[in-house]
Every structure is written in C-alpha cells, then in structure tokens.
Design a binder for this molecule. Structure first.
Ligand SMILES: NC(=O)C1=CN([C@@H]2O[C@H](COP(=O)(O)OP(=O)(O)OC[C@H]3O[C@@H](n4cnc5c(N)ncnc54)[C@H](O)[C@@H]3O)[C@@H](O)[C@H]2O)C=CC1
Ligand SMILES: O=C(O)CCC(=O)C(=O)O
Length: 414
C-alpha cells in the first residue's frame, strides 16, 4: 500500500461514521491541484544535475493552503499527495484557518553543498512562484529543509512579487520568523505526550521513551520531555540508535549533534550504539515516538514493538495494517494530524505576525501553542470516548467534519 492509499484508508474509516455521499468523499479526497516541475542546477563542479520538484495543493475550503517542503530522495508525487492531504485534516483538527498542501524535491541534501541547496531552492521557486503566495499557499520547513531554505525561498519569491514575508513560514527569527517556530513541533509532541500519559495513569519518571529521528522534531521533543522528567532511553538518526537503559544525557546529545557537520550523533560514545532500526523494537520502552520518515511501522515489524503508546511525531509512520494490529493489542496511538500539529500552529502565528507587522514574545507563542494543542487534544479525546473509536478516527472525524462544513457553505452539495 502506497502513502496516499494509506491516508485514504484512514479517511475512509472515519467517513464511515459520518453520513457523507460518495461524491462528497471523492471531492474531499481529490487534490485541487498537483504540480510537477524540473529543477536543474549547476553543481559546484560545473556539471548539470536534474531533480524533480512537486507541490500538491490538496484543499482550500478553510483558507489558504499550508504545508512544508521536503528535500529527501524518496519524495515523489504519491508521497507528496499523501502529505498534502494530511495537512488538510491537520489544520482542521487544530482549527487553523487554512487548507492543506505539501511540496518537495527528490534529492539527498546531504550530497549537496549549501550553495547548491540555495541554487536548487531558487530554481524551484522560479518554477512554482506563481502558485504560492500569502493568500493562496504558504510553504514551511519539513524533512531536509530549515530556516535557511525558507529565507532563500522568500528572497527568490519576492524578486517576482515584491516584499511579503508571509509567503513562507519557518524563516530565521531575524528575517521575520516567529520565535518558537523551530521548537514548536517538538514542544507540541512533548505537551501531548505528557497529557496522554497523565490520562493513561503513567508517571513521567517511570515512563521510558524512545525517539526515532533526532532532527528538528525529534531533538526538540527529547529536550522538552527530558525536562519534564521522562527518561529518554534511546534516540536514533541515520547513523544509528543511541541507547542507555538508565536514560540518556539529552543536553550532551544535543551538544554533540550541534558540533557534527551534518547534525548527526555519529561518534557519540557515552552510551551503547545499536543498529538504526533496533530503536523500534527495544524491550524497556513504554512510549515510542517515530519522528523521522513515514511507513516505518508495518505489518512486518509491528509484532516486535513492545511500547504501549505510540506518538506519531512523523507524518504517516504507522501503516494501516500495523495500526489495526496495534489497536487489537490495546496500544494507544496518538495520530500525526494531532501529535505533530504544533509546527503548523506556530507557522500560523508567524503568518499572523507577518501580516500585522508585529512581533510576539516567545512566552506568548508558547502560551498560545500550549492552549491550541490542549484544546485540540481534549476535543479528540472526548470524541473518541463518545463514539468509541480510536484517537486517529476521532481526529479524522473532527477534521473531515470541519472541511466538509466549509465546502458545503461554499456551495458544494452534500
Ligand atoms: N519540521 C516540522 O516542523 C515538522 C515535521 N514533521 C514531520 O516530522 C518528521 C521529521 O521532520 P524533521 O525533524 O523536520 O526532519 P529533519 O530533517 O530535521 O530530521 C530528520 C531526522 O530523521 C533522521 N532519520 C532519517 N531517516 C531515518 C531512519 N530511517 N531511522 C532513524 N532516523 C532517521 C535523520 O537523521 C534526522 O535526524 C517528518 O515526518 C516530518 O514530516 C511534522 C510536522 C512539522
Ligand atoms: O508549518 C507548516 O506550515 C507545515 C508543517 C508541516 O509540513 C507539517 O505539519 O507536516
């Protein structure tokens, strides 16, 4: 099952609980627009290199479309379509006035120099600048992109359309970025992990956590959760799994990562180093947080997973067949469209600040983020209880209901 089919499956399960016609289902699932472009750059050695870029605009009934840009070798149209549709349901679950989109380029950024990544970004903007904008579609960071890429994107876009920093979020703080955007997804993951554990009666200091991926999301989630007294017993990145059954020293890991040229934990020797995929199947872990790629928990490995709670910090980490197996075993899964919505929430705050030419303090950003995440969690939890469905199905029910309502108000018949 490919990525879009998987998100469609989760949509279908929730839609069964709602009285939606087949035509409306099709309208809500079908992307509004899909763009594929050639991105050719000159490498530092003078040779040409060709890449393919995508922007999928899934739905705009609730507002301008919003979603990140991913630079990763696996990026293709199907994955981008899946991620764009997740953005539609995610922005609706946290009740932001946005629709959903996603984009990216099929490239391994670790093979390019910073100047090559800048050229790649500028050529990509040359190809898609006329379909993005502060009132239509607002990109942001995702895997393989960061605040520098956002700054280059904005600078190139403004060459065509003039000053308007609200065209993209996740910018450097000194270049109209929001304080707290970089930590936002990890902070949201941490806040909701704490809330869910409290609901389930788990004490932080007795709840071991393993986090797959130690990039933007994974590292900030680790920091937040370790500061909240949760032992982080394992983290992984592409270089391996770093494990200490007594709890890792997270500040020391963060320090090591900062000093590594590619932001990896490679060469960290103050704990055990295990193979990359060992993290998913560790014995003494209660909460597993996939915070890297999609599709990592499948029918094949689900039987080896020991955690009783899974927090989907990544987009689409659990395959539908594995989701069913986990649910049958009583494992609680906090779904991506709620768990990682902290990032797009603070992106919204950045966009609001840019449009008002005003700056919020970090305290205000954190306070409003915590409020939004808490509200969304309560809503999803209550819906799950009332309807006797999983947290994922509850989140989809809320998202689909809100998007459908906007579509109907705009004139779509149900
Ligand atoms: N950056 C953001 O604000 C948001 C990101 N997300 C999702 O969170 C996930 C991670 O995104 P970022 O942290 O931004 O990406 P990133 O590029 O900053 O970090 C990705 C991390 O995953 C690691 N990794 C990659 N493949 C791996 C594997 N097979 N096993 C273990 N580690 C692996 C990398 O080494 C790196 O540490 C993605 O699924 C993304 O869509 C979701 C919402 C917002
Ligand atoms: O910050 C944003 O606008 C979008 C972040 C994103 O791509 C995601 O939530 O998956």
């Amino acid at each position: 099952m490919r990525a879009f089919e998987a998100t469609q499956h989760f949509f279908d399960v929730a839609a069964e609980h709602l009285n939606i016609s087949a035509e409306m289902r099709e309208a809500l699932l079908t992307p509004k627009r899909e763009v594929q472009v050639r991105v050719t750059i000159e490498r530092d050695n003078g040779r040409l290199a060709n890449y393919v870029g995508f922007r999928v605009q899934h739905d705009n009934h609730r507002g301008p479309m919003k979603g990140g840009l991913r630079y990763h070798p696996d990026v293709d149209l199907d994955e981008t379509r899946a991620l764009a549709s997740l953005m539609t349901w995610k922005t609706a679950v946290v009740d932001l006035p946005y629709g959903g989109a996603k984009g990216g380029i099929g490239v391994d950024p670790s093979e390019l120099s910073p100047r090559e990544i800048e050229r790649l970004t500028r050529v990509f903007v040359d190809q898609i600048h006329d379909i993005v904008g502060p009132d239509t579609d607002i990109p942001a960071p995702d895997m393989g992109t960061d605040h520098r890429v956002m700054a280059w994107f904005r600078n190139q876009w403004e060459k065509y359309h003039g000053f308007n920093p609200a065209v993209i979020t996740g910018k450097p703080v000194e270049e109209y970025g929001a304080k707290g955007r970089e930590e936002a997804t990890g902070r949201g993951v941490g806040t909701l992990t704490g809330k869910l554990c409290k609901r389930l009666g788990y004490k932080p200091e007795k709840t071991n956590i393993a986090i797959q991926g130690f990039g933007n999301v994974g590292s900030h989630a680790a920091k937040f959760l370790s500061e909240s007294q949760f032992p982080i017993v394992a983290v992984s990145d592409i270089s391996g799994t770093y494990y200490d059954p007594k709890g890792l020293n997270v500040p020391s890991l963060l320090h090591h990562k900062l000093g590594h040229p590619r932001g990896l934990m490679e060469g960290y020797h103050q704990c055990q180093c295990l193979p990359v995929n060992a993290l998913l199947e560790l014995n003494d872990v209660q909460v597993l947080i996939p915070a890297a790629l999609g599709g990592v928990i499948t029918e094949k490995n689900v039987g080896n997973i020991k955690a009783s709670v899974i927090i989907e910090a990544a987009n689409g980490p659990v395959h539908p067949a594995a989701d069913k197996a986990l649910s049958d075993r009583g494992v609680t899964v906090l779904p991506d469209i709620l768990a990682n919505a902290g990032g797009v929430t603070v992106s919204y705050f950045e966009w609001v600040q840019n449009r008002q030419h005003y700056r919020w303090t970090l305290d205000r950003v954190r306070q409003e983020l915590d409020h939004t995440m808490n509200q969304a969690f309560e809503n999803v939890w209550q819906t799950a209880q009332e309807r006797n469905v999983s947290l994922r199905t509850a989140a989809y029910i809320i998202g689909i209901t809100r998007v459908r309502r906007s579509a109907e108000l705009a004139g779509f018949a149900s």
